[in-house]
Design a protein around this ligand. Structure first.
Ligand SMILES: Cc1cc2nc3c(=O)[nH]c(=O)nc-3n(C[C@H](O)[C@H](O)[C@H](O)COP(=O)(O)OP(=O)(O)OC[C@H]3O[C@@H](n4cnc5c(N)ncnc54)[C@H](O)[C@@H]3O)c2cc1C
Length: 306
């Protein structure tokens, strides 16, 4: 049954267009300061159903960490209510033979649900540090403004400038790119996660305060027991070298090194994040527990074992 178009609301933008070009023209007239063409991601029920029909749970499980992996691209439709999580889950179950084949994807849908529930619980608290940073640095050590070279995509790091360009021109980034970019901004550039999170929300078509802010806090370590960080070989592997080959900063890549080296470089001295449970760390933990029981706890030292 076809529905009559909803009546125009005074001050609302039109909703029906003769073509996509007409939509683009209207937006260019209404927002002359906005640069670039429309995102290639299309809105609406038809586009959402097409995208849902392309979901491959088995390939997803094997390749989701790679930038060219079989991720679903469903987030803008889920975010705006075109698809519910239950519809996606049902589509996954219809497409698999054993329930386990859909486990990875269903698990990720669960993250979205979890962040929404946390938002209900925490309310506007999602905008604030949930805990101390476990990086050895105080919250005040992080810059509150997004640096201009990051906003403009002129850092000279092919990966980060590339992610920025994709974010701004399409409104979507792969999960791994979001994690790398957030970790770089917070841990290498020492920018407070909130500045990065607010900037992401300016551009993401799937921008959602709960998934976004709490993921940024997870990377930063204000909503997890340790900071997330990465090294060049991780980025190179999961991006198939597409940024590192030909990067103008390749000779001075800030991500070059082992996890141990980068950990020493980025975080203030404290028991190792990659704690193997040696005697020194056990002694430190005992001392820290004593200190905490006296009311002088330091969250950075209280990091649980990996
Ligand atoms: C710093 C950072 C910021 C993020 N900001 C947002 C945001 O504003 N909005 C948003 O929807 N997701 C956000 N995410 C989560 C995740 O990156 C995106 O949901 C995912 O990349 C969207 O692409 P996809 O639909 O192809 O995901 P797929 O991997 O195909 O997953 C299918 C669906 O599961 C859900 N999902 C998958 N991974 C996550 C996750 N880690 N957390 C929550 N839901 C997940 C999404 O609804 C997604 O559409 C963020 C992650 C990070 C690290």
């Amino acid at each position: 049954m076809s529905r009559a178009p909803s009546p125009p609301i005074s001050g609302d933008l039109p909703r029906d267009f003769s073509s996509r070009e007409a939509l683009e023209q209207l937006l260019a007239d209404a927002f002359p300061q906005a640069e670039g063409p429309l995102s290639p991601i299309r809105g609406g029920r038809e586009a959402a159903d097409d995208q849902l029909a392309r979901v491959q749970p088995g390939r997803y499980a094997k390749s989701r960490n790679h930038l060219d992996g079989a991720v679903t691209g469903l987030s803008p439709y889920i975010r705006h209510g075109v698809l519910t999580l239950a519809q996606v889950r049902n589509a996954v179950f219809q497409r698999i033979r054993k329930r386990d084949d859909g486990a990875k994807l269903i698990n990720e849908l669960g993250w979205r649900d979890f962040w929404q529930r946390m938002w209900l619980d925490l309310g506007d608290g999602i905008h604030d540090d949930q805990e101390d940073f476990k990086t050895g640095h105080d919250s005040g050590a992080y810059v509150r403004e997004l640096p201009a070279d990051v906003r403009d995509g002129t850092t000279g790091l092919a990966c980060m400038d590339g992610f920025r360009d994709q974010l701004v021109s399409t409104g979507w980034l792969h999960n791994h790119a979001r994690m790398w970019m957030a970790a770089w901004l917070v841990h290498w550039r020492r920018v407070h996660w909130k500045a990065g999170a607010d900037w992401f929300l300016e551009h993401l078509l799937d921008g959602d305060p709960a998934s976004n802010h709490l993921s940024w806090q997870w990377v930063a370590s204000t909503f997890s027991h340790k900071p997330y960080f990465f090294n060049r070989s991780n980025l190179e592997r999961y991006s198939e070298g597409r940024y590192c080959d030909g990067c103008p900063s390749a000779a001075q890549c800030p991500f070059e090194g082992s996890y141990e080296q980068l950990e020493n470089q980025l975080f203030a001295p404290m028991p190792s994040i990659r704690d193997k449970g040696n005697d020194r760390n056990r002694r430190d933990r005992r001392a820290n527990n004593r200190q905490q029981s006296k009311g002088g706890g330091n969250a950075a030292l209280a990091r649980p074992k990996r």
